[in-house]
Design a protein around this ligand. Structure first.
Ligand code: NDP
Length: 242
């Protein structure tokens, strides 16, 4: 059985990625932070399609928790190796920098950027040993062009983009690819406070995107077919100029 870990798989884009990777034959490790009911729902959706999944809750922003859960899982599954990692879990806490509080800055950086380091460093060793791996980081339009009110979030996502490009160059020789997907406005809990009617006028395709449209690109980058694509950032944003 091939394993894929999707962080933030309980809802939104992460859930759609879990389902996509399950359809590709992976046993999905569905990570989430607190929302067990929604994570359970993702698991049921996978099982309804005859897929396999395990819930693996941990807070991606807490290094000790990440490492203890992953090492325990690996200890209990010595033969298994996680060949696909989707770093998807993320939060936004928007505020103009002038009003930003430490909590807004550190929570967003810890969850969106430090998580990449904690989890990827832990899983990449086995990918290098096995000479195969796929890492896909879900970043954002904000990390490419910057957005007012998102200095914290844009900095975190831009950090992950730079890390994607650097790591791709470190591990390419071992047949491990590292790419990023940069969504624009996608209909999830994260964007439910945004005015689609107003914002869609900025988007050439004239609408917010769906979670499946992001999962399709993440699924491709996680697939064997994407074997000659690495260090890339693919935008899924309806044509918003970046
Ligand atoms: P949602 O708010 O719908 O879901 C967030 C997911 O991340 C949930 O599964 C949540 O788990 C999980 N999560 C949050 N914090 C943690 C944590 N500390 N540890 C573990 N899991 C955590 O978000 P989206 O689906 O919209 O976003 C997914 C990714 O896509 C994020 O990285 C986001 O920045 C990015 N993105 C989204 C865009 C959009 O328009 N929606 C645009 C650009 C990028 P739980 O259910 O337990 O809370």
């Amino acid at each position: 059985m091939k394993y894929a870990l999707v962080t933030g798989g309980s809802r939104g884009i992460g859930r759609a990625v879990c389902i996509k990777l399950s359809q590709m034959g992976y046993h999905i490790l569905v990570n989430y932070k607190a929302n067990k009911a929604e994570a359970q729902r993702t698991l049921e959706m996978i099982e309804q399609q005859n897929g396999h999944a395990t819930l693996l809750p941990f807070d991606v922003s807490r290094q000790e928790e990440v490492e203890s859960v992953l090492s325990e899982w690996m200890g209990n599954n010595k033969e298994a190796y996680i060949e696909v990692l989707i770093n998807n879990a993320g939060i936004r806490k928007d505020n103009l920098l002038v009003f930003m509080e430490n909590e807004h800055w550190f929570d967003v950086i810890n969850t969106n950027l430090h998580s990449f380091y904690y989890i990827t460093r832990w899983l990449i060793k086995k990918m290098l040993l096995k000479k195969y791996g796929r890492i896909v980081n879900i970043v954002s339009l904000s990390g490419i062009k910057g957005l007012p009110g998102q200095v914290n979030y844009a900095a975190a996502k831009a950090g992950v983009i730079a890390a994607t490009k650097s790591l791709a160059q470190e591990v390419g020789k071992k047949n491990v690819t590292v790419n990023a997907v940069a969504p624009g406005f996608i209909k999830t809990e994260m964007t439910k406070d945004m005015n689609e009617d107003e914002l869609k006028r900025l988007i050439p395709l004239n609408r917010f995107g769906n979670i499946e449209e992001v999962a399709a690109v993440a699924g491709f980058l996680a697939s064997p077919e994407a074997s000659y694509v690495t260090g890339e950032v693919i935008s899924v944003n309806g044509g918003l100029y970046t």
